[in-house]
Each structure stands twice: as C-alpha cells, then as structure tokens.
Write a protein that binds this ligand. Structure first.
Ligand SMILES: [Zn+2]
Length: 111
C-alpha cells in the first residue's frame, strides 16, 4: 500500500513518516498490525470478544480481559452491554478450509 504526501502528492512507502520530497509530516492511514475484527474460534473464554479486540489491535489479550473484568465490576452494567454488543456485532471467525490432525501443532494454520 502506498501513502501519498498531502503537500506535494509524492508517493511514499507505507512506513514513511515524512515526505522525502518536501519534508512534511505524513498522516496517512498507517497499516494496523493485526487482523480483521473477528471473534476467533480457538482460545476464547466466553464469546471471544476480548480476544477479537486484542488481536485486531495488537494488544495483550490478558490485559484486555483484566480491563473487561474490572469494567464489569465497576461500570454498573456498561461493560456488560458493550460486551453483549461485541458478541452480537463482531462476526465469528470463519472455519478454516481443512483441519490438520490434532497434536501436529499446525492449528490454527493462519497464526
Ligand atoms: Zn511531499
């Protein structure tokens, strides 16, 4: 993906922060490390909302889960509603084409 300078239109590599032509700062859509927002089928605790958010944003899933549990306790239901919204709104990860035999360490193949 190419990023373009907003000042001069120069094409830049996606990791560029400054234009090599005019030197202005580049505020392009930086690529987000991670994946599309889907609820994984493997590794989830309840519905996979925390795992989905952690993977999509490159966060530590343990931190997300701790924040969620603390949020359940102190928010008076707001986190519960948000979790349910994520459960409903975030699509489930599609099944992989072929399951490898268990114990091969190859599952999930795209991780
Ligand atoms: Zn430029």
């Amino acid at each position: 993906m190419t990023v373009y300078c907003h000042q001069c239109g120069n094409a830049l590599p996606p990791t560029a922060r400054f234009c090599s032509n005019c030197g202005s700062a580049v505020f392009g859509p930086q690529p987000i490390p991670g994946r599309p927002l889907v609820r994984p089928r493997v590794g989830r605790q309840i519905a996979g909302v925390c795992l989905a958010l952690a993977r999509a944003n490159g966060w530590d899933v343990a931190v997300v889960r701790i924040i969620t549990v603390v949020g359940f306790c102190v928010s008076g239901g707001t986190f519960g509603i948000a979790y349910l919204a994520g459960w409903i709104g975030i699509p489930e990860e599609p099944f992989p084409e072929v399951y490898p035999p268990p114990g091969t360490g190859a599952y999930p193949p795209h991780i």
